[in-house]
Ligand binder design. Structure first.
Ligand code: GAP
Length: 446
């Protein structure tokens, strides 16, 4: 895709998201709050389906990964011990003239060379470090500072002993969660890509130090399987070995998975070898022993950690970019989202051929209720002509459209209780008995 074309695609995706109720600007009626986005009805379904699939892939289908859900406000002591209060920073530069602030490492070469502001051409000030953590005043005394979590990983580390005591897991094992993280980004941008509040899907895999390379490789391969399963185009994802000077303060090796977003190749996921950095520091700071006792070998030690991390908003955006299609159908341009059925917000739409024929509407509602009992994410639509209804469903990625016509009612006896079922991607229709619909739709949702 050429640059102009890519920008065009991004604009079209953002516009589709707004027009069809996927994503809205946060606090929109008050002019918007930078770096925050709200999910509408279809966006929430899609977001929820991605989380559910991730949970299935990395928790339910694994033998030794435990899911947790920890508080999003955490004590200052946690972030001191983890190193975030000192090390979770970005370099910032402010323009002396317009006072706009920029990430120093994101400035164009030209601006760096001339020391000039990209917005007004004014002189840039000194580079400073800016901490991304969000402090919150707790209770009635504003001196009691806590922090909105900058990463969800710390929830897993501070609960490590609770899990040992309650679940008695054997190494290697993982602790996983999905939930909000907050970062006071200097320059939020590119729609869902760089925001100040976002969901993370992440796990900490606790291992013996000597096994780290083996499990690093194992989870790297599993991350690729996830990428395909969730519907991100494999050939748009690229591994990047992160240079030591660019790694997070806790990591001894990081591989980023970068995606070809329309605005450039940027980080989608990360895989880090966090060593024993977090458990060791929390043990020392809290005074609570966070070591693991191996019953078989009688050894006691602090486990090391491999951490695969998945930004949820970045996943959703990569899924949309991968699924966005435009083609010609029936002499018209149509837009559709080729989403995997497992994450599509609506799995099937049920239509009566005509709205003004009560017997068709009644039969269509009967079929709709029958399917909805088994597959809740289906909709009934009798608004506008059939062509328009197809287009509406194509645009939100509904894999199947089912139409009830006069043959369904028995006008043609041989076709009684059959319907047409239309495939979103090819637009092809075939006749199918009503009794086979549920199995047919379910078989596409893996
Ligand atoms: N526990 C490790 C950790 O949090 P990270 O690379 O800082 O690692 C994890 O962030 C993932 O979160 C990234 O790979 C990216 O997908 C996503 N992410 C990071 N900052 C983000 C932001 N400002 N907006 C949206 N997603 C973000």
């Amino acid at each position: 895709m050429e640059k102009e074309n890519k920008e065009n695609v991004m604009e079209k995706i953002v516009s589709l998201c707004k027009r069809r109720g996927f994503v809205f600007q946060g606090s929109e009626i008050y002019g918007g709050l930078a770096g925050t986005w709200d999910y509408g009805p279809y966006g929430s379904e899609l977001a929820h389906n991605i989380k559910e699939l991730w949970w299935k892939h990395f928790i339910s289908e694994q033998e030794n990964i435990f899911g947790i859900s920890s508080a999003t406000i955490m004590s200052e002591a946690v972030w001191k011990a983890s190193g975030h209060l000192s090390g979770f920073t970005d370099p910032v530069i402010e323009c002396k003239k317009c006072h706009h602030r920029f990430r120093a490492d994101h400035l164009a070469e030209e601006n760096k060379k001339k020391n000039s502001c990209p917005d007004c051409g004014g002189e840039l000030g000194e580079e400073k470090t800016f901490n991304l953590m969000f402090p919150v005043g707790m209770g009635s005394s504003s001196t009691d500072i806590a922090y909105l979590r900058g990463e969800i990983a710390q929830g897993m580390f501070v609960n490590f002993k609770n899990i040992l005591d309650t679940m008695h897991p054997e190494l290697p094992f993982g602790l996983a969660q999905i939930g909000k993280a907050y970062r006071n980004e200097i320059a939020p941008r590119d729609f869902l890509f760089r925001v100040r509040e976002f969901d993370l899907m992440e796990f900490e895999y606790f291992i013996r130090e000597e096994d780290w390379e083996k499990y690093f490789q194992m989870w790297k391969e599993e991350m690729w399987r996830w990428i395909e399963r969730v519907g991100i185009k494999r050939d748009m994802v690229h591994e990047l070995e992160v240079a030591p000077e660019d790694r997070a303060h806790y990591s001894k090796r990081t591989v980023d998975f970068e995606f070809d977003y329309p605005f450039g190749r940027k980080e989608l996921y990360g895989l880090a070898y966090r060593t024993d950095h977090d458990l060791k520091n929390h043990s020392a700071s809290s005074g609570v022993d966070l070591s693991y006792f191996d019953e078989k070998s009688k050894e006691k030690f602090i486990p090391h950690v491999i951490e695969p991390t998945f930004g949820h908003g970045r996943t959703l955006l990569a899924v949309l970019v991968s699924a966005f299609r435009e083609d010609e159908m029936g002499g018209e341009t149509r837009t559709y989202l080729a989403l995997p059925a497992s994450i599509a917000p609506v799995k099937a739409a049920i239509f009566p051929l005509l709205k003004n024929k009560p017997e068709l509407v009644a039969k269509a509602r009967e079929v709709y209720k029958l399917i909805k009992k088994e597959i809740p994410q289906v909709v009934f639509d009798d608004n506008g002509n059939i062509g328009k209804r197809y287009r509406r469903q194509d645009e939100i990625g509904t894999p199947f459209c089912i139409t009830i016509d006069f043959d369904t009612l028995g006008e043609n006896l041989e076709m009684k209780d059959t319907v047409t079922i239309r495939d979103r991607d090819s637009g092809e229709q075939k006749r199918m008995p009503v009794s086979e619909l549920v199995d047919h739709i379910k078989s596409s949702i893996k």
